[in-house]
Design a protein around this ligand. Structure first.
Ligand code: HSE
Length: 437
């Protein structure tokens, strides 16, 4: 039996407490698997007296996580503080520079500073593991970093935010308002400290930027992500999607195109019969398309204490099993100097189908004017549905168009034209459609 792996945990919120609890409950089994004990020797959190339902007897307490990272009696520093700056960043950097392994669930930190942290880890020959940062408990980092090494990936996309998927699922299944669903997600511990990070797509974008680097061997480029959140999705969109055979999901998509790599986060129509459309609630899913494997879909719990703890403990077990000369590889799948520059494909060049919902005045010639704007921009229509909106005789109709493959640029020009024609009562709603098996 080897010497115990000494673990220091900074942040004892839902996830940190779950990590301590599982490490305690599964101590015997983990020791047998790893050949050594995984022992929590030090912790740091804001409030010392709080009852977290975990035993911390004999564990050193640090008020300052940076002190823990630098001076704790630890081999590995587990960062569960969150945020891309402040104590999380300083502490992770300090731990790496002190030659300690790091496990983090912090996607914002990795999106913003992943490359410099990876360089610091390489310099000291230590591990920086972050399975919990993307898609909660789903082992997607390990899959992409290790198991798919021989594959060339063409597209990776997924449901990467449990809070948004929970909200969209309940809005669809129960007709519940957006704000009630969000309040429930916060109460259940799925949402970020600032829930606009979930709702406006930022959290998905952070996770996507990491997957993009792993998929295409490129430097992380979170600033290159086109982003739209779910706050303007209405029951009208959800009903129209269902009528046309689609379901709305917030997807993060990274795709290799002729002009570069497209990274986008937005509400997306996926065919109701597709596998990804069956992913409900807080569950996440990641689809990876490769040349030799075809399409792989991983799905599982994407948020919450136990799901995230599962990933953290997997990372700790890897560290416990590693030895000099037998250590898992580089942080982003290849050494930092081998990562390629990121070449951005802009959203206007995006090619795909579009759902366009228009609320228009009920007048002669409106339909013809809409059709003309579409034709003028070379947009071919797959279907057109028109509904009377509201009471009989109201001067209001809903027109829903589904296009064949076209470009973002053409759709924007057509919608701008329709808006200028003066037939719209409300702003046009445009939702991209994603091909999904
Ligand atoms: N707020 C995140 C989510 C937590 O809802 O998915 C996991 O990163």
């Amino acid at each position: 039996m080897g010497e115990a792996l000494r673990v220091g945990i900074a942040g004892l919120g839902t996830v940190g407490a779950s990590v301590v609890r599982v490490l305690t409950e599964k101590a015997g089994e983990l020791t047998r698997q790893c050949g050594r004990e995984l022992r929590v020797t030090a912790v740091s959190a804001r409030s010392r007296g709080k009852d977290r339902g975990i035993a911390l007897d004999g564990v050193a307490w640090f008020d300052d996580p940076v002190e823990l990272a630098r001076k704790g009696d630890i081999d590995v520093f587990v960062e569960l503080i969150g945020g891309d700056e402040g104590p999380a960043r300083v502490a992770v950097k300090a731990a790496l520079e002190a030659g300690r392994h790091v496990v983090t669930a912090n996607k914002a930190l990795l999106a913003a500073h992943g490359l410099s942290l990876a360089e610091a880890a390489e310099k000291k020959g230590v591990l920086l593991n972050y399975e919990a940062a993307v898609a909660g408990g789903i082992p997607v980092i390990k899959t992409m970093r290790e198991s798919l090494a021989g594959n060339t990936i063409s597209r990776v996309f997924g449901i990467l935010n449990g809070t948004c998927n929970y909200i969209l699922t309940r809005m669809e299944q129960e007709g519940i308002s957006f704000s009630d669903c969000l309040a429930d997600a916060q109460r259940l511990g799925y949402a970020e400290a600032d829930p606009t990070f979930d709702i406006e797509g930022q959290d998905t974008a952070h996770k996507l930027s990491i997957l993009t680097s792993l998929a295409f061997g490129t430097r992380i480029a979170p600033g290159a992500i086109y982003m739209e959140g779910i706050s303007n999705i209405t029951q009208a969109d959800i009903r129209a999607a269902a009528e046309l055979g689609y379901r709305i999901k917030l997807l993060g998509v990274a795709q290799r195109t002729d002009s570069g790599i497209e990274q986008r986060v937005h509400p997306t129509m996926v065919p109701t019969a597709s596998v990804i459309a069956q992913v409900h609630g807080v569950t996440n899913a990641v689809a990876i398309e490769t040349d030799i494997l075809g399409e792989l879909l991983l799905s599982g719990p994407g948020a919450g204490g136990n799901a995230t703890a599962s990933a953290v403990i997997g990372d700790l077990a890897d560290i416990a099993k590693s030895r000099p000369g037998f250590q898992h590889g580089p942080v982003f799948g290849r050494p930092v100097k081998e990562l390629l520059p990121y070449k951005k494909a802009g959203i206007r060049a995006h090619a795909g189908g579009y759902f366009i919902r228009l609320t228009v005045h009920d007048r002669i010639g409106v339909f013809a004017a809409i059709a003309k704007r579409m034709a003028d921009n070379d947009i071919s229509l797959e279907s057109i549905v028109q509904h009377a909106d509201g009471q009989d005789g109201a001067d209001r109709k809903t027109v829903i168009l589904v296009t064949h493959e076209t470009t973002e640029s053409a759709v924007r020009k057509a919608v701008e034209g329709i808006t200028r024609d003066g037939h719209l009562i409300d702003k046009a709603q445009v939702i991209r459609i994603e091909r999904a098996a």
